[in-house]
Design a protein around this ligand. Sequence first.
Ligand code: CA
Length: 265
Amino acid sequence: MATTMPVRGRARLDTMPGPAARVSRPAVRGQLSRIGGAVSRTTATVLIVEDEFNIGKLVRTYLERDGYGVVWVRSGEDALVELERHAVDLIVLDVGLPGIDGFEVCRRVRAASQVPVIMLTARDEEADRVVGLELGADDYVPKPFSPRELVARVKAVLRRTRGQGARVDEPLVAGPVELRRDAREATLDGVALELTMKEFDLLACFLQNAGLALTRETLLEQVWGLEFPGGTRTVDQHVAQLRAKLDGALTIETLRGVGYKLVRP
Ligand code: CA
């Protein structure tokens, strides 16, 4: 159990590390950021997507040394899951991955967000760089690379993109409800909804899939990831809580024997 109050939008890194990812933050900063219950956004969180253990470990070490929070996953599929679970400021994305490759990950990320992406490409593969940049990657670093150079690129890309207001997601809107994943804020008629982290994620999932039938298993996977606390009854319980807080502003239909559906307003 977490001993501190969850901090809006950033809390999961401290309290809910997903089993698919190795989540770490610099210890000193982590403590500082909890003083007074407020979080300082001095540090950025980088998602590393790299299947090669030695490279992933090296990159993580250097980024942490420089004060970054790091989430490291080893496949494109895990990267997409983690992006739903964590607020991430930048992605270091290897092209050659098991399962879906880095290009496909980049394409899917870009379909939903402007989070900066640095691609790790094979040496001298100009085609890789061109494809990566066309897909919306912000920079590329050819392998083998010096970790110092990569950290420098991370800094440069963050500096460049932050000025442009990058990683601001489009708000999800349905009727009077508006939800911003980047700010971890949801409002009803402009008034803040007080949601727990899981209620927030559940609402985000419904809004993203408005009008679609969602099975309890899908909701479990999307909202709880690989941990299944209490199985599908957990979903029912959270849907009930969410309905109560929405106070009829949106209709979440129960589909008997299937799951739930957010009715488009
Ligand atoms: Ca690789």
